[in-house]
Design a binder for this molecule. Structure first.
Ligand SMILES: [Zn+2]
Length: 125
């Protein structure tokens, strides 16, 4: 994420001419469709809102995109995928299988991480 990248020192927006459109489309800091301003502001949503934050044009306040909460969501999914892979290991005991199942979708405590590391070490993963 590079919200502030396209700002020159005098505060005006640059790079509209020499930047390929494709690159802008891939980035959430694409220029505003209303006014072309390339600096977005992140507006945090209230707790309980389905979205973490909104990306709004820094000039005209037009809504540009939703922003996911940083890291946490992806991290959790990552852990679940990791555990899924561990569950496919051939030499797990019934207890280890249950242990791994119980970890899915949860934030691991240091003790659980340690236990997970032991299972991985034992399985040679
Ligand atoms: Zn705008």
């Amino acid at each position: 994420m590079h919200i502030d990248d396209y700002h020159s020192t005098d505060g005006t927006s640059i790079a509209t001419d020499n930047k390929p459109q494709v690159a802008q489309a891939q980035s959430s800091s694409a220029s505003c469709p209303s006014c072309g301003f390339e600096r977005a502001s992140i507006v945090r949503m209230t707790k309980g809102h389905p979205h973490y934050a909104a990306l709004k044009c820094g000039r005209c306040d037009r809504f540009l995109d939703w922003m996911p909460a940083p890291a946490t969501e992806g991290k959790r999914r990552d852990t679940s995928a990791k555990i899924d892979r561990r569950l496919k290991l051939p030499n797990l005991t019934r207890w280890e299988q249950n242990f791994l199942q119980g970890l899915k979708g949860k934030k691991l405590s240091p003790k659980q991480q340690e236990c997970l590391a032991k299972i991985e070490a034992k399985a040679g993963a």
